[in-house]
Design a protein around this ligand. Structure first.
Ligand SMILES: NC(=O)C1=CN([C@@H]2O[C@H](COP(=O)(O)OP(=O)(O)OC[C@H]3O[C@@H](n4cnc5c(N)ncnc54)[C@H](O)[C@@H]3O)[C@@H](O)[C@H]2O)C=CC1
Ligand SMILES: O=C(O)CCC(=O)C(=O)O
Length: 444
């Protein structure tokens, strides 16, 4: 680690104690951009890195609501507005019991570079709550969302900060939050993305992160003389990203044999049936163990690691730090040669280093899962124009954005002598656009 990287990292740890996921995300970016800083002393002189590491604003608030038994519950809400040098803050909201400031900051920090890579004018932000939607009734989720938005609406706006979904926040939650925003502010604007079709949503936003992951991975495979056709794929997760990644990978001839949730995973050697997963997760909101009832040839494994299952291509689409060094070694030993990160930071830094040392292709999250936020930006454009584009139009734009993101990662990796290291390429390309904008806009 170079001395300047060590200095920045020590400082971040001191100023943000206990926020281990944030430290991890920062370390990966700093290591990648060290050669850029060496070549561009003007960035160091202008304090670009110190300013990037400090969010422009972080908001924490109380979210009181009443459950179905009439008992008052209190959760904590967050919105971290990290960097707006290239556009309004943009990034999802995560509702999960594990949420605390360190998680939201790692996600918000990553979002700066991801959004920069999309080629669209969006800054980085993220938010959420430690609320757990699992096991709650629709009425409870609605009351929580209304209370959350009653406070959040003071800080967001269509040209200021535009939240969307993430883990635990899908169409239902966006609907409840949008309704509350509209009631309080009395305006119908594109303040949230991931809205429903017919009230400001964009066709293909639901599919965008999963499809985008496959478009990016397709380009990465193509550049290395490979393709999805006939390949055995393992996916972790069975939520929004996992479902549509599975569907698109299968359309390219891959055989997806595993999906999972936080309780366990299913193996279906006939290929995962997407319609069954959608019914279980999007309609019944049940556990993935239900899958074997509809597909008796499949097997359910309680607990365990999906990464023990042999595959050619691994697509982690659940949560952070899903693949550690031990899982990485197992994957490589079993013949896996490519990893496409659908989730945010699904591999530990040690796992990524191990993969790269073995010549495994790694499509890093900031680039590979940027299709969701890119399509959110397309939703914002449609809202501003008061127009709706067709599914085919949006999907074609998404495909071309993912293709250009891969090209940017590839070119940056080559420019800095790290050919094929798309992790470094993504960090460098994402950083440079933001750094240039910050330099031009003065010390603010
Ligand atoms: N929805 C989107 O547009 C985008 C999502 N992402 C990332 O993709 C990942 C998945 O998000 P979504 O599919 O939207 O969420 P989701 O709520 O639809 O699904 C989350 C999935 O991850 C699993 N999961 C969650 N926590 C887990 C844990 N601690 N251990 C094991 N499994 C766990 C759940 O069981 C579920 O299958 C997250 O890392 C998210 O940040 C990234 C870019 C955009
Ligand atoms: O669509 C968005 O604005 C946010 C997507 C997101 O949260 C992410 O890219 O991790």
């Amino acid at each position: 680690m170079s001395s300047i990287v060590k200095k920045y990292l020590d400082d971040v740890k001191k100023r943000n104690p206990g926020e281990v996921e944030f430290h991890q995300a920062v370390e990966e970016v700093l290591e990648s951009i060290a050669p850029v800083l060496e070549k561009n002393p003007q960035y160091v002189e202008a304090g670009i890195v110190e300013r990037l590491l400090e969010p422009e604003r972080q908001i924490m608030f109380r979210v009181p609501w009443v459950d179905d038994k009439g008992v008052v519950q209190v959760n904590r809400g967050f919105r971290v507005q990290f960097n707006s040098a290239i556009g309004p803050y943009k990034g999802g909201l995560r509702f999960h019991p594990s949420v605390y400031l360190g998680i939201i900051k790692f996600l918000g920090f990553e979002q700066i570079f991801k959004n920069s890579l999309t080629t669209l004018p969006i800054g980085g932000g993220k938010g959420g709550s430690d609320f757990d939607p699992k096991g709650k009734s629709d009425a409870e989720v609605m009351r929580f969302c209304q209370s959350f938005m009653t406070e959040l609406c003071k800080y967001i706006g269509a040209d200021t900060d535009v939240p969307a979904g993430d883990i635990g926040v899908g169409g239902r939650e966006i609907g409840f939050m949008y309704g509350q925003y509209r009631k309080i502010r009395n305006e119908f604007v594109g303040v949230l993305t991931g809205k429903g079709i017919g009230w400001g949503g964009s066709l293909a936003r639901t599919e965008a992160t999963g499809y985008g992951l496959i478009y990016f991975t397709r380009e990465m495979l193509k550049a290395n003389g490979k393709s999805f056709d006939g390949q055995r794929v393992v996916i972790s997760g069975s939520g929004n990203v996992a479902i549509y990644a599975c569907q698109k990978a299968q359309s390219y001839g891959a055989k997806v044999v595993v999906v999972s949730d936080s309780n366990g995973y299913v193996i279906d050697e006939d290929g995962i049936d997407v319609a069954t997963v959608k019914e279980i997760k999007e309609v019944q909101r049940a556990r993935i163990s239900e899958y074997v009832k509809a597909r008796p040839n499949a097997t359910y494994v309680a607990g365990g690691s999906v990464w023990d299952v042999k595959c050619d291509i691994a697509l982690p689409c659940s949560t952070q730090n899903d693949i550690n060094e031990e899982s990485a070694k197992k994957l490589v030993a079993n013949g896996c040669y490519a990893v496409g990160e659908g989730a945010n930071m699904p591999c530990t830094n040690e796992a990524v280093k191990y993969f790269l040392s073995k010549g495994i292709l790694v499509g890093p999250a900031k680039a590979a899962n940027a299709g969701g936020v890119a399509t959110s930006a397309l939703e914002m454009s449609q809202n501003s124009q008061r127009l709706e584009w067709t599914f085919e139009e949006v999907d074609a734009k998404l495909d071309s954005i993912m293709t250009s993101i891969f090209k940017a990662c590839d070119e940056s990796s080559k420019e800095f002598g790290m050919t094929g290291n798309y992790v470094a390429g993504a960090n460098i390309a994402g950083f440079q656009k933001v750094a240039k904008a910050m330099l031009a806009q003065g010390i603010i």
